[in-house]
Design a protein around this ligand. Structure first.
Ligand code: SF4
Length: 373
């Protein structure tokens, strides 16, 4: 099948769900939302079938706030960030739903419009700065060029700005290091330089995709502190994408947990850590090492592996790995759980009723997490 045939292949266009008129389980965007995503679907037709990388995602983010998007590899986190940034090949992706950035709709927007927003309205810190930065150009050149795309200034002014930005992210001797090439920086310094580049145009939205994965623990903490400090200074809206709940524990205001391309839990960070409600979040917390406290308890891995996004299990996509599905019975394997609000600003997608959730939490999950905390 050719690429054109794949693109033209009949793919059911997701319509609004019966309950919320396409808002993906959330109501209309709150007034202070700078970024508002509703029922986002990102699909890639391939020869083997349609890869449903994101299949009904909704969240809001205000300026000055941080959202942590958490899930295992293949849960759709990075595809979500690339969708917001408009970085998918338009010939191979099918997108539906809505991404509203500062009042501008990005789903279906022209490439020119999205390109004009990158840098100034939104910027991204990639997981691997060595491959994201061009090896042929100096670090300073790359910051200068990014800055001059959106600001009508001379090279000298842009160079001074680049040195200032390197200084602000903690690069020693910035007026000398500005002329270094990426390979002359250590891993931590490259990540700092990428943050300097991303923030050089003072973006309203900053997306950091696994910003600390390749770094050792001490540098990791420094980079997270840096993102937090700069967010306070620039008042940006920040999305941190990570597979590690620990990374966002102290950074995020809200947390969105993703599984198989879908939102399974979305709430204030305090609620997700102190009173989570979804079996997958319980599993993530149970498998998370706690370095801040002494414990002799073993970590509890989530059994099995995430599903293929071409053949997502029917019903709840987590059901093959969920040890609580027998409490519910057949709906877990036949009916997709609705993403619904169970308390103010706390949404989950699970068939368990409130009584069962509370019983499991208080009798089983909380004691086992408590024994480790
Ligand atoms: Fe488990 Fe069923 Fe809830 Fe899915 S819907 S998380 S299978 S209890």
């Amino acid at each position: 099948m050719t690429r054109e045939e794949r693109r033209g292949a009949a793919l059911p266009v997701p319509g609004p769900s019966n309950d919320d008129h396409g808002l993906g389980g959330l109501g209309p965007a709150p007034e202070d939302a700078f970024l508002s995503v509703r029922n986002l679907q990102v699909h890639f037709p391939t020869d083997d079938g349609v890869v449903r990388s994101v299949d009904g995602l909704s969240f809001d983010l205000a300026r000055g706030k941080t959202l942590g998007i958490v899930g295992e590899s293949g849960s759709g986190k990075s595809v979500t960030s690339l969708s917001i940034m408009g970085l998918h090949d338009p010939d191979s992706v099918q997108m539906h739903g809505s991404i509203l950035l500062g009042g501008t709709e990005l789903v279906g927007a022209s490439r020119d419009l999205v390109r004009s927003l990158r840098g100034k309205r939104m910027a991204m810190i990639f997981q691997d700065p060595l491959s994201a930065m061009h090896p042929f150009y100096t670090v300073g050149h790359q910051i200068i060029e990014a800055y001059r795309v959106h600001n009508d200034v001379s090279k000298a002014v842009a160079r001074k700005h680049a040195i200032d930005m390197l200084d602000r992210v903690g690069i020693p001797q910035p007026s000398r290091r500005v002329d270094d090439y990426p390979h002359q920086f250590s891993g931590g310094m490259r990540q700092r330089a990428m943050i300097a580049m991303a923030l050089s145009c003072d973006p309203d939205l900053l997306i950091a995709d696994e910003p600390t994965t390749a770094l050792d623990v001490t540098v990791q903490a420094q980079i997270l502190d840096l993102i937090r400090d700069l967010q306070g200074e620039f008042n940006s809206a920040v999305i941190i994408i990570t597979h590690d709940l620990g990374v966002v524990a102290e950074l995020a205001d809200d947390i969105l947990v993703m599984y198989a391309g879908r939102s399974v839990e979305y709430s204030a960070a305090d609620d997700v850590f102190n009173h989570p409600q979804h079996p997958y979040t319980w599993g993530l917390l149970g498998s998370m090492p706690r370095l801040d406290r002494e414990t002799t308890e073993r970590l509890l891995p989530i059994p099995g592996t995430p599903p293929s996004l071409i053949r997502v299990p029917p019903g709840c996509p987590f059901h093959p790995r969920c040890r609580f599905r027998d409490r519910v019975g057949s709906p877990c394997t036949t009916e997709r759980p609705e993403f619904r609000e169970i308390a103010p600003h706390h949404h989950i997608a699970c068939h368990l009723d409130a009584k069962d959730r509370e019983e499991i939490w208080s009798q089983e999950i909380q004691p086992s997490l408590g024994a480790r905390s």
